[in-house]
Design a protein around this ligand. Structure first.
Ligand code: PPS
Length: 328
């Protein structure tokens, strides 16, 4: 009884904190984003974020998929799950990815911690190792236990043009209560000011980018476009980063080809399991597989929008060494 009332009080305090923060409408699992620890935290995840920061204990063997939303999370979850569990599931004909959506196989910590704290903590501590999770939190807001343990983080980002379009399209399809009351142009203005779930996108990318440079054994930094253009090379990087036994297998090239094939956009989009049902009770599974292309933004942006976002990218990323080929 005491425990339940402690929890109720803790939740009320979290809610009060959320309500005291600056809030805006922005692209996210809505309806609002709140400025917390220098990032825009969606109200939907606020409680989960606080509990994740407070109650999660990382293990040295843990692996995390980290990303800014709509950057290729679903794809990277699939690839990492297959690589990490290759010894348990060596068959590609009968693989869990054929019967479960990647978001069901790899849970987001900010989502896990938005539910029934005690049960979740117990479940997490009983999970077999290596555990695989995902997060959209910026690097600077990750719990210390993650940054200080030997766990590994694989980060994916995507050119800000396509990321914005993907987020926009997604926001128009999730349950209406979460849809932003914003036009495409209004959402774009907010995005240019960094206001979108887990944004600003530039500080999100740069946080992980800088860490991947100073600690390459801790953070592997990937770009959606690179993975599309040379999947073999970048999947090998993941295999090596995770010290996966796949690298030592005599048939390692064939295994890598099979992994790429299993996680291919068209293949995953076509699976029955990804055609119906919901993730987190708000988004239909098929909405996680839209076009899966580089450059769809060209169908949406006016010349002045292209100019504006190009300038922001140049300004925000200048001197970092991080860049995107967006006009090819
Ligand atoms: S989320 O909600 O943050 O988890 O979304 P996320 O997975 O990061 O981004 C969704 C976009 O990724 C595309 N996608 C893929 N691309 C290539 N290969 C695979 N397997 C794959 N799965 C999903 C998805 O179609 C979204 O991009 P757009 O441009 O909207 O099609």
């Amino acid at each position: 009884m005491a425990l339940a009332s402690d929890h109720k009080q803790a939740n009320e305090e979290i809610n009060e904190l959320m309500l005291s923060l600056p809030k805006e409408m922005g692209l996210c699992a809505g309806p609002y984003v709140h400025l917390f620890q220098d990032f825009w935290c969606p109200s939907f995840y606020f409680q989960g974020v606080i509990n994740f920061q407070k109650h999660f204990h990382a293990k040295d063997s843990d692996v995390f998929v980290a990303s800014f939303p709509k950057s290729g999370t679903t794809w990277l979850k699939a690839l990492t799950f297959v690589i990490l569990n290759h010894q348990h599931f060596p068959s590609f004909e009968n693989h869990p990815l054929l019967s479960s959506n990647p978001h069901e196989l790899v849970s987001s910590l900010e989502f896990i911690f938005s539910h029934d704290l005690h049960d979740q903590i117990l479940n997490l501590s009983n999970m077999s190792e290596p555990r695989l999770f995902s997060t959209h939190l910026p690097f600077s807001s990750l719990p210390k236990t993650m940054t200080e343990s030997k766990c590994k983080i694989i980060y994916i980002c995507r050119n800000p043009f396509d990321t914005f379009v993907s987020a926009w399209e997604f926001s128009t399809k999730i349950k209406s209560v979460f849809s932003p009351a914003l036009t495409f142009e209004e959402a774009f203005e907010k995005y240019c000011n960094g206001i979108a779930g887990f944004g600003p996108w530039w500080s999100h990318m740069l946080g992980y980018w800088n860490e991947s440079i100073t600690k390459p054994d801790k953070v592997l930094f990937l770009k959606y476009e690179d993975l599309k253009e040379d999947a073999v090379f970048h999947v090998k990087r993941i295999v090596e980063f995770l010290d996966s036994p796949i690298a030592q297998e005599g048939e390692s090239s064939a295994v890598i080809e099979n992994i790429i094939n299993l996680c291919r956009f068209e293949k995953m989009k076509d699976l029955e399991v990804n055609k119906s049902g919901y993730i987190h009770n708000i988004a239909e599974k098929n909405n996680f597989f839209r076009k899966g292309k580089i450059g769809d933004w060209k169908n949406y942006f006016s010349p002045s929008m292209v100019e504006k976002l190009s300038k922001i990218i140049e300004e925000k990323l200048s001197g970092s060494g991080l860049s995107f080929k967006v006009h090819s």
